[in-house]
Design a protein around this ligand. Structure first.
Ligand SMILES: NC(=O)c1ccc[n+]([C@@H]2O[C@H](COP(=O)([O-])OP(=O)(O)OC[C@H]3O[C@@H](n4cnc5c(N)ncnc54)[C@H](OP(=O)(O)O)[C@@H]3O)[C@@H](O)[C@H]2O)c1
Length: 275
């Protein structure tokens, strides 16, 4: 079955105003899917929507909203009620680099809500219609951080471990209904993520978000999780062979040694034509 037949006619992409979400929007439009795009920065969404409409013969709708707003889910429920959403991309998320106690409690709560609660509830909202149709897909953004404890980005890594395990578990539950889920696990990728998180782990450069997205779209329906890049695979594989206490300690040292502060300045914004 062709991609747009299996996962169309509409894709819902959260966090589409930059980085990986923006790349998903562009690549899904190129595959013929109509788009519902969500992020807080509506001006950016409108510019992206215009660009996509000009280039591809697809419909694009924008939702400028904060996923952490109390009425976020009911707003999404109304906006999606009349659309046949065949693909959900749970992409919006953020991280914090630094010691656990240096982060505000409210920031940690927001991170857990945005990275874990919202993707869970969006799956719960949109999967029933896909199951009824007997086709559809969900892409959940996890991380290379999902595979081990990540001291000095402890809560972020834990949220991404949750995303990986939830997605892999649901992929089994949904398989017989013909709905595909994949947990996408990028390593350090060239987006605004690092400027928001306040630090970037710099060992060996950053991946191109376009490449992460195109590989993940190819693997949807073929794999239940996807760790991008050979270097990340080599870094994560030994986790299976040594005691958990070693994994946690080594991970902390690697993160501390490789992290450069980005608080106060912007890192390069890559991806899908950004300059
Ligand atoms: N870049 C990496 O190295 C990397 C590695 C592993 C995993 N990831 C994961 O990839 C996903 C995408 O991140 P990215 O790298 O593309 O970072 P990004 O460029 O910072 O994009 C994050 C997106 O999430 C949106 N967002 C943030 N808070 C939101 C909120 N409260 N409500 C609605 N939208 C919100 C942002 O839009 P607005 O600010 O306009 O709302 C933006 O569009 C995240 O889940 C991240 O954890 C990234």
């Amino acid at each position: 079955m062709e991609f747009h037949t299996k996962y169309g006619p509409w894709a819902f992409v959260t966090g589409a105003s930059s980085g990986l979400g923006k790349c998903y929007a562009k690549q899904l439009a190129a595959k013929g899917l109509n788009l519902l795009l969500l992020a807080r920065r509506g001006d950016r969404l409108e510019i992206l929507a215009e660009e996509i409409r000009d280039k591809h013969q697809v419909e694009v709708r924008c939702m400028a909203m904060d996923l952490l707003a109390d009425d976020a889910l009911s707003q999404i429920q109304s906006a999606t009620a009349e659309l046949e959403i065949g693909l959900l991309v749970n992409n919006a998320g953020f991280g914090f680099k630094g010691g656990f106690l240096t982060a505000d409690a409210s920031l940690l709560r927001d991170m857990v809500r945005l990275n874990c609660e919202l993707p869970t509830l969006l799956c719960h909202l949109l999967l029933p219609a896909m199951m009824e149709r007997g086709r559809g897909g969900v892409i959940n953004l996890a991380s290379a951080a999902s595979f081990q404890p990540t001291p000095y980005m402890s809560v972020y890594g834990a949220t991404k471990g949750y995303d990986l395990l939830l997605s892999e578990a649901l992929s089994v539950e949904m398989k017989s209904a013909g709905v595909d889920l994949i947990a996408v696990c990028p390593g350090t990728t060239n987006t605004e993520f690092h400027a928001v998180a306040g630090g970037v782990a710099t060992f060996g450069g950053m991946a191109d978000p376009d490449d992460v997205v195109s590989q993940s779209l190819h693997l949807l329906g073929r794999k239940i999780s996807f760790l991008h890049g050979l270097r990340n695979k080599l870094l994560c594989f030994p986790n299976r062979l040594v005691p958990r206490s070693w994994v946690a300690a080594i991970s902390g040292k690697v993160i501390q040694a490789s992290t450069k502060e980005t608080r106060g300045f912007q890192v390069d914004r890559g991806g899908c034509g950004d300059s």
